[in-house]
Design a binder for this molecule. Sequence first.
Ligand code: FAD
Length: 262
Amino acid sequence: MKIIVCIKQVPDTTEVKLDPKTGRLIRDGVPSIINPDDKNSLEAALQIKDNDPDTRVIVVSMGPPQADIALREALAMGADEAILISGREFGGSDTWATSYIIASAIKKIPDYDLILCGRQAIDGDTAQVGPQIAEQLGIPQVTYAQKIEVNGDTIIVQRQYEDFYQNIEVKMPCLITAIKELNEPRYMTPGGIADAYSVKNVTVWGFADVPVDPEKIGLKGSPTNVYRTFSPEAKGMGRILDGSDRNTVKELLSELDNKHLL
Ligand SMILES: Cc1cc2nc3c(=O)[nH]c(=O)nc-3n(C[C@H](O)[C@H](O)[C@H](O)COP(=O)(O)OP(=O)(O)OC[C@H]3O[C@@H](n4cnc5c(N)ncnc54)[C@H](O)[C@@H]3O)c2cc1C
């Protein structure tokens, strides 16, 4: 099998802050990581490879040159090849333009069977890129995968809902988005790290290498406009009502009434 895993390098959001003047993320000094859901999708690909050594796992990322580090980490975990889509022309792309660029790059990779994405990136948080890549490529997609099993030329996906799940059988080539319940990502090995920086390569594809319409990429090709970005104001302390059930309900109703919420 040939599996493509889409990986986004994201700031470690537990430490991310917004510049109150510009509304942009303060990235200086913030460590970057592989988007957590993408590690689950990579692990799923590597588990398929564990059972079938002929499987090749190709990791693809679009981002600035420093995304090389995320791809090297994926190589150190066991991916076979890495492609970094990088160029000034791609900057400013919204999710639609991003998925168009990634899909156009994937069209250059022949005979893939499966594309794995994370459900959602922890910085952009839209969960749009995976489904949009599938749409651009005209292949079936299943999102929110908590279990996957290869069955001949199909994949059986257990798709998570809030209080139930669906089993869906999907024919390859297809795209699946992973959630954290899918597996426990493996760690890099010392040998894997050495290979990632010596034997294996990150191939960089710039604007000239990806067949895209320049009108459909970057800010110009992005239909989304961010009106304003801000951190929500911290809420005041809540109030815990104490006492007998009858009195607490009475007090709660009177509180809601005072606030004209009833
Ligand atoms: C108007 C506008 C301008 C923007 N300008 C910029 C900019 O200049 N620079 C910038 O970095 N961002 C920019 N962004 C944000 C950028 O569009 C999103 O980060 C990107 O499209 C991914 O969306 P997301 O983070 O919501 O990913 P999601 O849709 O939540 O991600 C889902 C999955 O898709 C895959 N995926 C997502 N992004 C990538 C990627 N880049 N490479 C590989 N796989 C990926 C991963 O598997 C991920 O788990 C801009 C957004 C808007 C709306």
